[in-house]
Design a protein around this ligand. Structure first.
Ligand code: ADP
Ligand code: ZN
Length: 396
């Protein structure tokens, strides 16, 4: 790991996938032969402030250098607080205090808020900032989405770097350019497509990841198994169990997942066609998360159940697919969905309200055979109810 072509969205927009260890090389290249250590912060902000109000005056940006990445401002590092504490030594080595401004994100979905986004904006303007100041996001999907959205807006776009530290972020959320925060109206309802310059991988971060978070990433790998490469089904099963995990296999699986996601994204940067395949299991899963109020079931668990339901619909429509690889992992996931069995009708209603639907019919991603997805409009509520009932029974 990691031998990947970069993800090219347009002539001016390309994401590179590299090893964390190569960060310094990238930095030297980007900043004109200086290493991060060589960069010391400017004594005062390069953005002039109006009476201390963090960067509100538009005039204050007049003298900003628009040049390429020869930034002489410290890096803004937006890092998940747990990750900062668990991997302090490693991070301090690569991002020393003299050339880095640390912003810690409190762990949890609540941080994907307008309030935290605003705090990052204020923080960015409270010190030296130029259009070429790099913003580095270190953490899982929450930190990546939040920091990415801040990077997209600051000075109309700071160069963004992702260092994903959860399996889910490595195989999914750090790839593809989606950034965003939540609003009372719904999850991820404020956001932008904004592609990072590079995504930096280091599986050593995963050594501290709790098993439940680990399984969140495994669900997305299983998804890639069903929509693109069936070999991933077995491989994900092996990785799910801590006793049978190996670094080689992990590297292989991350690499293949990143490749699949970036190929789909490159072909369909705006979610009109193929990108929808990435929603396999998610239409069912989102309904479950909403019904649960995002309390007890996490995203990966909801998607795991959602894939079982989507495969059930696929079979009912005549496709020859099996949920055996998923059901074999039932004891690993240990999902208790007993509380939702009486909410089947409501779950189907929630599915009809999914923001990705068109023309009032649910567009479900189904699987024709392992590795071959298709998009199918489904209007038959009973079919969806049966799929939920089957899933609850199979996981009970
Ligand atoms: P996801 O990537 O699944 O969207 P989050 O960003 O919400 O996840 O992170 C999930 C949880 O895992 C958070 O509590 C976060 O602090 C924690 N976390 C992230 N990376 C690591 C890591 N490498 N080791 C331990 N905990 C981590
Ligand atoms: Zn997902």
């Amino acid at each position: 790991m990691l031998q990947l072509p970069s993800l090219k969205i347009a002539d001016t927009c390309e994401t590179r996938f590299i090893l964390f260890d190569d960060l310094k090389l990238l930095w030297m290249e980007a900043r004109g032969a200086n290493t991060v250590e060589d960069q010391s912060p400017e004594p005062e902000s390069s953005v002039k402030h109006d009476n201390g109000s963090a960067g509100r005056g538009e005039k204050s940006h007049e003298n900003i250098d628009d040049g390429n990445m020869a930034a002489d401002t410290p890096v803004i590092l937006v890092v998940d607080a747990n990750v900062r504490h668990l991997h302090r030594e490693k991070l301090d080595q690569v991002f020393p205090a003299k050339s880095t401004r640390y912003f810690e994100v409190p762990p949890g979905e609540e941080s994907k808020s307008v309030a935290t986004w605003n705090r990052i904006i204020d923080f960015a303007f409270s010190g030296p900032l130029r259009r070429n100041t790099p913003l580095v996001a270190v953490g899982g999907g929450v930190t990546g989405d939040l920091a990415g959205f801040a990077a997209a807006g600051l000075m109309r776009g700071l160069p963004l770097y992702h260092i994903p530290t959860t399996l889910l972020a490595m195989v999914d959320s750090a790839v593809g350019g989606k950034t965003g925060i939540n609003h009372a109206f719904g999850k991820n309802t404020i956001g932008a497509f904004y592609h990072p310059k590079a995504v930096l991988f280091d599986t050593a971060f995963l050594d501290t990841l709790p098993q439940r978070e680990w399984l969140c990433g495994i669900s997305e790998v299983l998804k890639y198994g069903y929509i693109a490469d069936p070999r991933l089904l077995d491989q994900a099963t092996t990785l799910a169990d801590p006793a049978s995990r190996s670094q080689n296999l992990l590297g292989e699986v991350i690499e293949q997942s990143v490749r699949i996601k970036s190929e789909v994204v490159a072909e369909d940067a705006r979610e009109s066609g193929r990108r929808a395949w990435l929603n396999f299991g998610h239409t069912f899963g989102h309904a479950l998360e909403t019904q649960d109020n995002y309390c007890n079931i996490n995203h990966g668990e909801a998607v795991y159940a959602g894939m079982i339901a989507a495969l059930c619909v696929s079979r009912k429509l005549g496709y020859n697919v099996s949920d055996k690889p998923l059901l074999e992992m039932k004891n690993t996931y240990q999902l208790d969905l007993g509380a939702y069995t009486s909410a089947v009708d409501r779950l189907v209603t929630l599915m009809t309200q999914d923001k990705k639907n068109r023309d009032n019919s649910i567009r479900l991603v189904l699987v024709k055979e392992h590795g071959r997805p298709c998009l199918h409009p489904v209007n038959n509520r009973n079919l969806l109810k049966e799929a939920w009932q089957y899933t609850f029974k199979a996981l009970s």
